[in-house]
Write a protein that binds this ligand. Structure first.
Ligand code: N01
Length: 546
């Protein structure tokens, strides 16, 4: 272990020294800790800002918070024991159930003793002479380690729009990503929700059932597919227990890590009747699988238009008030070119008398006043405002750590024009820093636990190999980064994703953020192969030194 190699006195300060420091105790940080500590025998430690494990599921406690991946796929797969020891109750796991699951996993693996909770990292600096990372927390903690691994998630830096007058508001306001643990009582309140992404679409039906009145402020109309959530049957639970190895193989070998394969047929190859029947069945079955009914939904404009039209028509059929239906179905982008939400009674919610929708395309928000929201056409009196306005995705959580590499180069400056990485794992100038599900990897385009396990396994193998060969420093080479960034953009340009310019995949939701398609869209299975080949070839594209 590092402690044996580098005595504490060798570091310039009284830092607590580890082989590896991991930032974040969600799915990624927990598995990384287990892998380094229990498989490699390293001294590894996790710093976590929250007071418990859970990551995104620790913070996102808004009403209706639930995962859009199916529960049997949204869990660790590396351990049969963990799989067999846990039983999900519903088709899609709710936030409290996922938090219980992650606590179950943390306790089973005995992880909490190596996690410092309530430790928010505010700076991480690489010291070249020592070949160590120095990490500081807001609480005054100072830690050092040879390897620094960020496990901070892609969607953990809340995006609160800078709307004038927010400080004047006399009611209460909340961002969904930083929801109060004690909950919010909407009873008898006039509530405004700003934002109709996956989060808003989950929260709106639940809030509307409690509030006196709900006004939804919609900037971009969105598709949504019914989730058809339900308790899991005993038969299904048995099927999962008995077939887990096969389910895991499917998840690991598909494009996006879900437990189903994408059908090998074109939207354009089937007759209108057959296509309609396929869509109707998928609509009735519910969930993200509808997207997988055809292979070209995200690559062929005509195919995408046909699916999009089917879904827009559904909105008009569900929403009874034609004026509301027109606002909700006026969608300006192709289905799934922004992350497609799934819902429980979302469009039906607009049939309630206490729910209105305001199109911000027709009347922009001018300011927030003491008593509500003022648009160019009128004022909406409110007691509570909920910002379901998303996240500074992918780069935001990393920038918040104030990471600086060789020569005190700030990551924020190096990525001023957009993120540049090798495989989404490493950045030039930041040796021994690994970014789990970093920009340039499939990450948010997949069922996250699958992408997380692949990254953690790769990082663990890499560190194990380095130790075997006596190497102490790994850093991505500039040429490898250049090549990888070309590949990331090329595969993105072959899809319809880059045609929708206002998605958070491109950073468009945060004013001033560079428009770069951040995740790797070449598919999880292909990405896994590429990473494995890189490792097999002695970490091609990385510089390894003693
Ligand atoms: O955020 P979003 P989210 N004025 O960015 C609007 C994951 N997730 O929290 O589309 C007015 O998608 C914005 O409008 P526009 C999932 O990956 C997962 O909903 O930018 N409106 C949009 O309507 C998801 O994609 C689960 O024009 C403003 C909304 O706010 C990601 O998290 C569950 C505005 C933001 O939508 C983010 O989802 C939930 C402004 N100034 C979420 N700024 C799971 O299943 C933004 N908006 C695990």
């Amino acid at each position: 272990m590092l402690d044996a190699v580098v005595p504490l006195a060798a570091t310039s300060t009284n830092a607590r020294l580890y082989d590896a420091l991991i930032i974040g105790a969600g799915f990624a940080g927990m598995y990384q800790l287990h892998s380094l500590r229990d498989r490699l025998g390293l001294s590894a430690h996790v710093l976590e800002a929250g007071d418990g494990v859970g990551g995104t599921w620790y913070w996102n406690r808004y009403p209706g918070a639930r995962c859009d991946s199916e529960s049997h796929s949204y869990c660790y797969h590396f351990s049969d024991e963990l799989v067999q020891g846990w039983e999900w109750s519903e088709r899609y796991p709710s936030q409290p159930e996922i938090l219980r699951y992650l606590n179950y996993a943390a306790d089973k693996l005995d992880l909490k003793r190596d996690i410092t909770f309530g430790a928010r990292v505010v700076a991480a600096r690489y010291d070249e002479a020592e070949n160590l990372w120095h990490v500081q927390t807001e609480q005054g903690g100072h830690y050092a380690a040879r390897y620094l691994i960020t496990a901070v998630g892609c969607l953990s830096s809340a995006n609160l729009p800078k709307i004038d007058g927010i400080a004047d508001f006399q009611g209460k306001w909340y961002h969904t990503g930083e929801w109060p643990h004690e909950g919010v009582d909407f009873t008898g309140k006039r509530v405004g929700v700003i934002g109709t992404g996956s989060t808003g679409i989950q929260a709106i039906p639940v809030i509307s059932a409690a509030a006196k009145h709900l006004t939804v402020f919609q900037r971009t109309a969105n598709y949504s597919i019914p989730a058809r959530n339900a308790p899991l049957t005993d038969d299904f639970k048995k099927y999962v227990r008995e077939n887990f190895a096969e389910i895991r193989d499917v998840m690991r070998s598909t494009v996006n890590g879900h437990p189903w394969r994408i059908a090998d047929r074109s939207v354009l190859d089937v007759s209108d009747e057959e296509r309609n029947e396929i869509f109707e069945k998928a609509w009735e079955r519910g969930g993200l699988r509808l997207r997988a009914e055809f292979r070209d939904v995200l690559t062929n404009e005509e195919a995408n238009r046909i699916v999009s039209d089917f879904l827009k028509k559904k909105i008009s059929q569900i929403v009874k008030d034609p004026a509301k239906a027109a606002i909700l179905s006026d969608i300006d982008h192709g289905f799934a070119t922004k992350r497609p939400p799934i819902d429980t009674g979302y469009f039906e919610t607009y049939n309630r008398d206490n729910v209105d929708v305001v199109s911000l395309r027709a009347e922009a928000i001018e300011r927030i006043t003491a008593t509500g929201v003022k648009t160019s056409k009128g004022e909406y009196p409110l007691d509570i405002i909920v910002f379901a306005t998303g996240f500074d995705a992918m780069t935001g959580p990393l920038f918040n750590l104030n990471i600086s590499g060789r020569g005190d180069m700030a990551l924020r400056d190096v990525w001023r024009e957009g993120p540049r990485s090798y495989l989404g794992l490493q950045v030039v100038g930041f040796p021994n820093l690994f970014t789990i599900t970093g920009p340039g990897s499939p990450s948010v385009l997949t069922n996250m636990p699958v992408a997380i396990e692949q990254h953690v396994d790769w990082i663990t193998r890499c560190i194990a190999d380095m130790r075997k060969s006596g190497q102490t420093r790994i850093e991505a080479k500039p040429d490898a980064v250049d090549d990888w960034m070309v590949q990331v953009q090329e595969v993105a340009n072959r899809t319809l994703f880059t045609k929708t310019l206002h998605s958070w995949y491109l950073g468009a939701n945060v004013p001033g953020k560079p428009r770069v398609f951040m995740p790797y869209i070449g598919g999880m299975a292909r990405y896994r192969r590429i990473c494995d080949e890189v490792a097999d070839k002695g970490y091609e594209g990385f510089a390894l030194t003693r």
